[in-house]
Design a protein. Structure first.
Length: 306
């Protein structure tokens, strides 16, 4: 996932930074145990969008992009993202993610969880060198992420709108880590605290928009998604019940096909665009510069149909 970058110096700097992040991920996933190295790197290769490291690199442009903590911060957020998704796949017992085989599909779930733990450990090791403030920021984000997972599992309390509950869950589960990407990038580069705050707000909304765009692109009923929850709100109970029932249930595949052409997807796209607009609005305190232009274009990229 790449923004439109018209400034040649910024484009060159981002390419160099992204290449360095890939090298950092290779170093971070190396273990004395060959199986661990192979497993960790397989997941790293399959998860290719690298949105969070990109946010770190762009956020660093509001300070010193060459500061020594910038690239390690980018590696940390990607390792954390990969570890969380490893655990999510095991929890969901999904055979595929985004139409690609799940990385641990042929492994015991215990091994898959432990590989995720290995990635968390590597991220923590790198993070420790970035200082106590970076550790605190990451810990707060992880607390929010876990809270979001718990809220998703328990569901909305009685009387709470499931759609609003879902958006709050996404702000914690997904938005928290993209928010950290902006904040850590600015912190590592020595940017002003106000810049950190603006980039954190931007990252949270962008993370929600990105997740909603995925839900619209590959709508299913396996876990709560905005299109399915909007079906319930619109009283299309028959389709909602089919989608939220067992995957093995007769008619489930046909229900998914119906959802993929259902008008409710237009409303989900509207919410995706609103989240992207909120991300763009969060950039208003930042100075006009090529990095801000790139962040604004990323809002369009994230919200675009896939």
């Amino acid at each position: 996932m790449q923004p439109t970058v018209r400034d040649h110096a910024l484009a060159d700097g981002l390419r160099a930074g992204q290449a360095a992040v890939e090298e950092g991920l290779l170093r971070a996933t190396k273990s004395d145990v060959p199986f661990i190295t192979e497993a960790a790197r397989e997941l790293t290769r399959m998860a290719g969008r690298r949105l969070r490291p990109l946010l770190v690199l762009l956020a660093a442009r509001f300070g010193d992009p060459g500061a020594p903590g910038v690239l390690p911060a980018a590696v940390v957020v990607e390792l954390t993202h990969l570890a969380i998704h490893y655990h999510d796949d095991v929890r969901d017992e999904a055979a595929v993610r985004r139409d690609a085989p799940r990385p641990d599909a042929n492994w015991d779930n215990t091994v898959a969880v432990l590989i995720g733990d290995f990635l968390f450990a590597r991220a923590s090791h790198i993070l420790a060198d970035l200082g106590p403030e970076a550790v605190r920021i990451q810990a707060q984000a992880f607390r929010r992420q876990v809270t979001g997972q718990i809220l998703e599992t328990t569901g909305p309390r009685e009387g709470r709108d499931p759609v609003e509950h879902h958006l709050d869950v996404l702000a914690s589960r997904t938005g928290a880590l993209t928010a950290v990407s902006g904040r850590l990038g600015a912190l590592a580069a020595g940017a002003d605290p106000g810049v950190e705050d603006a980039l954190a707000r931007y990252g949270e909304r962008l993370g929600v928009a990105s997740h909603l765009a995925d839900e619209v692109a590959t709508p299913t009923g396996r876990r709560p998604t905005l299109p399915v929850l909007l079906l319930a709100r619109d009283a299309d109970r028959e389709l909602y019940d089919l989608l939220t029932g067992p995957v093995e249930r007769a008619g489930y595949a046909a229900a998914v096909a119906r959802l993929r052409t259902h008008p409710v997807l237009d409303r989900a796209r509207e919410e995706t665009a609103r989240q992207a607009d909120a991300a763009r609005a969060a950039l208003s305190p930042l100075p006009d510069c090529p990095a801000r232009d790139a962040l604004e274009s990323l809002c369009e990229t994230v919200a675009a149909p896939r």
